[in-house]
Design a protein around this ligand. Structure first.
Ligand code: ADP
Ligand code: ASP
Ligand code: MG
Length: 464
């Protein structure tokens, strides 16, 4: 069971989470708990690291105080037993002191490397897990807590978005976590964080607790992996944009992965990888509405449903780059050159579209990487006869429309784009993968929500 940031946002919520786990344990299930940081903590740590880099010591003290108080308050509400609470408080204090030292170190050198950033970001989960552990003990459950590193999750050293080394990770998780389950002990593992083979702390990318949960689920051959969150399941659209969005009761791995990859923030894009191979179902469930069975993600084909479009995602914080030049026409390897330059600089391309004329190519990347992407492209490409211009738009968003039944159904694209046009929204770029499971397009950011609303209505998704 993985509990997301909102599920453990407050002491009351943590108590509630502990009760959910206890109920399951009482029914005879073996449970492994994976916890996220308290809602908003990872962002706070990010800010603190940035400010520390600028040498702002006042901010370090403030962040320390704020985090310390928030976690102590949560512990006080989540744990009744004084002795247990004291123990958790001591761990919290020690962890916060370590964080202060790290931030101070960053402020002295005035440099924030991806490596030290991961170290700072790991503190959110390191602070939340002990409180959940304390709340479980408070309910008389036997439990033990681990950081991702202690649990045995080993990754490469791509800080910020590290990839697990599957064989060693699986082996270690089985060795370290497996035996506890036989002894009816509930392991509480920090989500999101891991370590390289040399023990340097890494993170699995934002939202990575989902990934931690499925790594554990796959290694321990779980019956199911449950991701508890603040909505009923995967929905036809983000309920924060479309309040009438409906829950999707069942999805295939492929459909859910498509949604995750295309930014339905509800799940980490790689979270399904480990369990898909082992055929272990996942369930997205609402902590605040546990009677609802949630969305079941499994191997079952759900394409029997008649709706072509199943869900719509809005991906913000992206930018579009246009590379053009007559020199690219009929020049083998010109696209490869662009991809190579970006790849070497660790810039992931989210979407591509080209015209048969070959005179230009449009790419979508994360907005925070735009500056780096533009400068590397300009240095590598301009003035060499291949590319004459590199331009960018940073006020755009991507809309991805998904559904397995889109495959082979005629007219989906025309209906989609007619709807968007009727809403008076201009489309900047379009891409449809040959899997035909999704169509993605780029519009101005200000038009994003309106486009989602128009499509949701046109395809009657609130009636599914
Ligand atoms: P957690 O902290 O539990 O991991 P996240 O904030 O990462 O939760 O993801 C849950 C949120 O994802 C929901 O509150 C919802 O606003 C958002 N979301 C976006 N698209 C969807 C979707 N299609 N279905 C469900 N939730 C979505
Ligand atoms: N705390 C991390 C984040 O905010 C990981 C997670 O919540 O899954 O991205
Ligand atoms: Mg999440």
């Amino acid at each position: 069971m993985k509990f997301g940031g909102t599920s453990v946002a407050t002491g009351e919520n943590i108590r509630h989470v502990a009760n959910l786990v206890a109920d399951c344990a009482k029914q005879g299930y073996s449970v492994v708990v994976v916890v996220s940081a308290l809602d908003g903590t990872t962002d706070k740590l990010f800010e603190a690291a940035e400010k520390a880099k600028k040498g702002n010591e006042e901010c370090i003290r403030e962040s320390k105080k704020e985090l310390f108080e928030r976690h102590l308050t949560a512990a006080a509400k989540a744990i009744e037993n004084k002795r247990i609470r004291k123990e958790v408080e001591q761990i919290t204090e020690k962890t916060i002191d370590e964080l202060e030292k790290v931030l101070t170190g960053i402020s002295y050198v005035g440099e924030l490397t991806p490596k030290s950033k991961d170290y700072v970001l790991s503190f959110g989960e390191r602070l939340s897990a002990p409180i959940v552990w304390g709340a479980l003990r408070d309910l008389k459950l036997e439990t033990q807590f681990f950081s991702g590193k202690e649990a045995g999750i080993v990754t490469d050293s791509n800080f910020g978005e590290a990839s697990p080394l599957m064989n060693v990770t699986t082996h270690q998780l089985r060795e370290k976590i497996g035996p506890l389950l036989e002894k009816q002990i509930i392991p509480v593992v920090t989500g999101y964080i891991a370590a390289t083979q040399d023990g340097v702390v890494t993170t699995l990318g934002r939202g990575g607790s989902d990934y931690t949960a499925t790594l554990l689920g796959a290694a321990l051959a779980a019956d199911e992996v449950w991701m508890w969150t603040d909505v009923d399941g995967l929905m036809t659209a983000d309920p924060k944009i479309i309040p009438s969005a409906k829950m999707l009761p069942e999805l295939s791995y492929q459909e859910a992965a498509e949604m995750a990859i295309f930014g339905a923030k509800a799940m980490h894009p790689r979270a399904l990888e480990p369990i898909m191979k082992e055929n272990i179902p996942a369930r997205i469930r609402n902590v605040f509405n546990p009677e609802n069975p949630g969305t079941l993600i499994s191997n079952e084909q759900t394409a029997k449903r008649v709706d072509v479009v199943k869900a719509i995602a809005l991906i913000r914080d992206v930018a579009m780059i246009n590379v053009s030049g007559a020199g690219m026409v009929g020049a083998p390897g010109s696209y490869a050159k662009i991809f190579e330059v970006l790849g070497k600089n660790n810039i992931n391309i989210m979407m591509i579209s080209t015209a048969v004329s070959e005179a230009n190519i449009s790419l979508v990347i994360r907005r925070n990487l735009l500056g780096r992407a533009l400068s590397t492209l300009e240095i590598a490409l301009l003035g060499r006869g291949l590319v004459s211009e590199v331009t960018a738009e940073d006020d755009v968003c991507v809309i991805a429309v998904m559904g397995a039944n889109m495959k082979g159904t005629l007219g989906v694209a025309s209906r989609l784009f007619t709807t968007v046009a009727r809403a008076g929204i201009n489309i900047r770029m379009i891409a449809q993968g040959s899997s035909e499971l999704n169509i993605s397009f780029v519009v101005k950011e200000k038009d994003g929500e309106a486009a989602v609303r128009a499509i949701h209505k046109e395809f009657k998704l609130d009636k599914t």
